[in-house]
Design a protein around this ligand. Structure first.
Ligand code: HEC
Ligand code: HEC
Length: 353
């Protein structure tokens, strides 16, 4: 029944948007867009993360504004930029008017349709969406040929020169599964150049009541304050523009990348890290450093990331890998051509005296 609710457009204000609209199983539970589009074509500010393995997240959302899947599920239903129901009660009564749901709620919970059971059914469905068994898992379990030589070099770089493991930690100690995340938040310089973050932080202090969860949710999805990230939740200076470290399983098929979907290929992501982007960003995480990775090393790390694709997305992954390779040949928008690669750009002539 949780699955049925996840695909249920009647949870939205105008009956057109379901959870699965933005978390589509055919796209590894994402929407493939830079940022999501809700009812009446309303465009949000954030990229839809996959729901695969979300059961292991200690915090939900890019800024960790809630911790449990039950708390999470309530917010998109009423967010005006997502499903836009006037209230949760409204959504519940649309579900209640369906005889089929009445019967199934009675069978599952022994009582009539209600908000709490509805949210826990959705959360229980999400808890079934574990996704492992990638070629990398076979490699790490001892099958030496499960991944390419390039991916093996990439795995080595991931843990050394490329410094990725500092945040995309190898195991979540509590549960002993490798998810490539640290359940923590960092400012890694994404979106900083496009926004005036300082004045936005002051605006948030003035206009947004701290701890008002629906207000924070609406601001995060539907306003420029979105770029403030974790700061919206904690109001700590050091959290300005910091976001949750996402897990990396199935990352090849869950692009575009980062909280704002601003990077289209894994090569763009690598170019960003290679610069260590600290330009005009006083809140940058101290673990972000220029990496000086050469082109073949970048290809190796991408090959490693691609080896984290679970078997049910192998075909999608092969197509996406080919697409990204082709795209990266014509566009490397994040690449630092001045500092690390190629001939130095021509200096402009000195100004006349
Ligand atoms: C209009 C598109 C849209 C709809 C509809 C939608 N989501 Fe999302 N979902 C998103 C976006 C965008 C985010 C990230 C928002 C943020 O972090 O601020 C997200 C985040 C999440 C997360 C957190 C994942 C993580 O790794 O932090 C979960 C879980 C989730 N959604 C489940 C649901 C469920 C359940 C529903 C239906 C009740 C739903 N979503 C409806 C777009 C959508
Ligand atoms: C200082 C901590 C830190 C380090 C070091 C780091 N990451 Fe990240 N990573 C993050 C955070 C935080 C995000 C989300 C940032 C955002 O969206 O603004 C992220 C996002 C990503 C994403 C996008 C995933 C998605 O679902 O959109 C990829 C891919 C990624 N990192 C790979 C890497 C690789 C490869 C390296 C090493 C070259 C690396 N990271 C190093 C913290 C880090």
């Amino acid at each position: 029944m949780g699955q049925k609710l996840f695909f249920e457009p009647r949870l939205s204000g105008d009956g057109t948007v379901a959870c699965a609209t933005c978390h589509d199983p055919a796209r590894a539970f994402t929407d493939g867009r830079p940022v999501s589009v809700g009812i009446q074509g309303r465009v949000g500010q954030r990229n839809a993360p996959t729901i695969l393995n979300a059961l292991y997240n200690k915090h939900q959302f890019w800024d960790g504004r809630v911790d449990t899947l039950e708390q999470q599920a309530a917010l998109p239903i009423t967010n005006p930029f997502e499903m836009g129901s006037a209230s949760i009660g409204d959504a519940v009564s649309r579900i209640t008017s369906d005889k089929n749901y009445q019967t199934r709620f009675m069978q599952a919970f022994g009582r009539a349709v209600n908000e709490q059971d509805m949210l826990s059914a959705i959360a229980e469905y999400e808890r079934t969406l574990a996704s492992f068994d990638s070629p990398f898992d076979h490699f790490i379990a001892g099958e030496a040929n499960a991944i390419s030589e390039s991916a093996k070099r990439g795995w080595e770089l991931f843990n050394t020169k490329a410094r990725c493991n500092l945040c995309h930690a190898l195991a979540d100690n509590q549960r002993d599964v490798t998810l490539f995340m640290d359940n923590d938040f960092h400012n890694i310089g994404v979106g900083i150049l496009r926004h005036h973050v300082g004045p936005l932080a002051q605006q948030a202090e003035r206009e947004l009541a701290q701890g008002n969860l629906p207000a924070v949710d609406t601001a995060a999805i539907g306003s420029d304050l979105s770029v403030l990230g974790r700061f919206l939740v904690t109001r700590e200076q050091e959290d300005i523009a910091s976001f949750k470290t996402p897990g990396l399983r199935n990352v090849l098929v869950t692009g575009p990348y980062f909280h704002d979907g601003s990077m289209e290929t894994l090569w763009d992501v690598m170019d960003h890290y290679n610069k260590g982007d600290g330009i005009m960003n006083p809140w940058l995480d101290k673990d972000m450093q220029p990496l000086a990775l050469m082109e073949p090393e970048i290809d190796d790390v991408v090959a490693f990331l691609a080896s984290l694709t679970s078997p049910q997305y192998k075909e999608l992954g092969d197509r996406e890998y080919a697409r990204q390779v082709a795209l990266s040949k014509v566009s490397r928008s994040q690449r630092d051509t001045q500092r690390a690669f190629g001939p130095k750009p021509k200096q402009p002539p000195p100004p006349p005296l």
